[in-house]
Ligand binder design. Structure first.
Ligand SMILES: Nc1nc2c(ncn2[C@@H]2O[C@H](COP(=O)(O)OP(=O)(O)O)[C@@H](O)[C@H]2O)c(=O)[nH]1
Ligand SMILES: [Mg+2]
Length: 250
């Protein structure tokens, strides 16, 4: 039987971006369904999805009442995906920083490289970021080295938010105990996979800054991520290596 594929998109005020994103995802050669996790966006993003999902069975809405951060939205979305029996779960932003046309590359990448998690990587094999201020690029690349130095996580792009999960991997990492948000959330999720001895692979993507709408990232989220990395080292018994490899997919 063919694998069931779901793309999870967290949204807060993405009314301008979402209709175009949904069109492009539904036009992909891979048959994907879409789950939008909206935190009560005042701009009507949730209402738009509710209307679409009433007539299109491939579009789903998980509506939450308050803006609670990217991490909480993803955990709720992943739990929904597991409850509804999807096999491959892609996560991506709504703002076209992640190109919908790269989704098939992530799906192929995780299968061909036999990964348990595939990260869409801006930095593996060179830097591919369009239209970011230099300051933001330096911060992001610097963060990647920082994470690698402290935790040993052998990933070029640990803060990236465009990824593909196997359901078995999400089942293996105890979602309810994941606490962080924003960039810290991406790092914590990757670290949980790697330290269990599961296989993290990177698939090159091109990342562009958003054109419509505004970024919700803040200084608080950056500081949270920088500190959280130390607690990951502690959680791994101060070790910079994973456990012996055991693949949940095998
Ligand atoms: N549901 C939900 N989505 C969020 C929240 N914060 C950010 N997002 C969404 O997460 C994605 C990434 O956020 P964005 O502001 O673009 O962050 P940046 O790319 O790091 O500047 C976008 O699709 C946002 O709409 C939140 O608190 N709740
Ligand atoms: Mg963005």
């Amino acid at each position: 039987m063919a694998e069931r594929k779901l793309v999870v998109v967290p949204t807060y005020n993405e009314r301008e971006n979402l209709p175009k994103l949904v069109d492009r995802l539904l036009a992909l050669p891979d048959e994907v369904e879409i789950l939008v996790v909206d935190d009560g966006s005042p701009d009507g993003t949730g209402e738009w999805v509710a209307g679409m999902s009433a007539t299109n069975p491939k579009i789903h809405l998980l509506s939450r009442t308050a803006k609670n951060g990217l991490g909480r939205a993803y955990i709720a979305g992943f739990q929904w995906a597991l409850e509804h029996g999807y096999d491959l779960i892609v996560q991506m932003d709504a703002d076209f920083s992640h190109s919908p046309e790269d989704v098939p590359n992530l799906l192929t990448g995780i299968m061909e490289q036999n990964g348990d998690l595939a990260i869409g990587s801006r930095y593996a094999g060179g830097i591919r970021v369009i239209n970011w201020p230099l300051k933001r690029l330096v911060l992001s690349v610097g963060a990647s080295y920082y994470v690698k130095w402290i935790t040993g996580l052998p990933v070029w792009d640990p803060t990236g938010g465009f990824k593909c999960w196997r359901r078995q991997t999400l089942e293996a990492i105890d979602l309810p105990t994941v606490k962080s948000n924003g960039y810290g959330f991406q790092i914590e999720m990757n670290h949980r996979v790697w330290r269990k001895g599961l296989k993290v692979v990177e698939v090159p993507i091109i990342f562009s800054d958003r054109v419509e709408g505004t970024s919700k990232m803040s200084k608080k989220i950056i500081v949270e991520a920088l500190l959280m990395v130390w607690s990951l080292l502690i959680q791994n018994g101060l070790s910079r290596s994973p456990k012996k490899s055991v693949s949940p997919a095998s």
